[in-house]
Design a protein around this ligand. Structure first.
Ligand code: A2P
Length: 277
């Protein structure tokens, strides 16, 4: 059911995934993964920072889902930047996830310390087979341009905060031009965009929920998106977006809701080296 996107390195990635941020507790985790898998989600997104990689690994083991049947993302936390620390931390992540590879490994935040060493570690981990693809998270244009000055391989995914109050149109255009897939975290703005009257009106017209309309907007924009829920009916609802279409008028209406509002923090842009970019 879920669309597959082809990444710049030739690997395929499901367009819709399941976000595991703040999914906590083994029973909650196992129930959420079971429901999501049943509903057709095949991408599962965790991070070292979420502190739940062990629960994710245990859930897939308990459910007996073969490793090749799901796409797994994790992220190197800020604390683990640096060549050796990044590699050691990913080996630890793989132990917790009970697997010998992830499908996608991301640098969680752009930070100045060990900026290039960390990326070189990811390039090498891809060569070693610890991950199939490498990418970044929370990178703005300036960070990608800076990375491009020394990278041997560029990220194939940039996962950023993106929802109707933070539409990220310039970032999307930049990523498209550079064959980087944009992936939306908090695609529902952590729930804060579900009450927007314009979206409620569109939802009513299609007989869908506001969450479904927003996820459909992501889908039609060609971005990848990873909604999170720990409620079975919402997990199911968020995967049920393939039987209606938003008109270009409706797409534009949602694009116009941008207020540059972040639920998370602003990626820092203060690198000395960045001044020229
Ligand atoms: P919950 O896990 O309690 O269901 P995002 O993915 O943008 O971070 O948003 C996730 C937030 O939105 C969570 O708080 C989640 O709560 C809630 N949520 C997810 N799907 C839906 C939905 N279909 N309807 C209402 N709230 C939802």
């Amino acid at each position: 059911k879920t669309n597959l996107l082809t990444l710049a390195d030739g690997n395929k990635m499901p367009q819709e995934g399941f976000g595991l941020y703040k999914v906590d507790g083994q029973d909650t985790m196992t129930n959420a993964v079971r429901q999501a898998y049943k509903d057709g989600y095949r991408l599962f997104d965790t991070a070292q920072l979420y502190g739940n990689e062990g629960q994710v690994g245990a859930a897939f083991e308990q459910l007996g889902i073969p490793r090749q049947d799901y796409f797994l993302t994790t992220k190197v936390s800020e604390a683990n930047q640096g060549y050796d620390s990044a590699i050691n931390s990913v080996k630890e992540s793989l132990r917790k996830l009970r697997t010998d590879y992830v499908d996608l490994l991301l640098v969680h935040w752009p930070i100045q310390r060990a900026f290039f060493d960390t990326w070189r570690a990811l390039e090498d981990m891809k060569k070693e087979g610890l991950t199939k693809s490498i990418g970044v998270s929370n990178y703005q244009i300036i960070h990608l341009q800076y990375l491009a000055t020394k990278a041997h391989e560029m990220p194939v995914v940039d996962q950023i905060e993106l929802h109707p109050r933070l539409t990220q149109t310039p970032m999307l255009a930049f990523n498209q031009a550079h064959h980087i897939v944009t992936q939306a975290w908090s695609p529902l703005g952590r729930g804060a965009v579900l009450q927007i009257p314009e979206i409620q009106e569109i939802a009513k017209r299609h007989g869908k929920s506001t969450a479904q309309v927003i996820l459909r907007w992501h889908l039609q924009r060609g971005v990848s998106f990873i909604p999170k829920s720990v409620h079975a009916e919402r997990i199911t609802q968020n995967a049920d977006i393939y039987d209606f279409e938003l008109s270009s008028n409706e797409m534009n209406q949602i694009n116009a809701l941008n207020t540059f509002s972040r639920t998370g923090r602003e990626p820092e842009l203060t690198y000395e080296e960045n001044r020229q970019y």
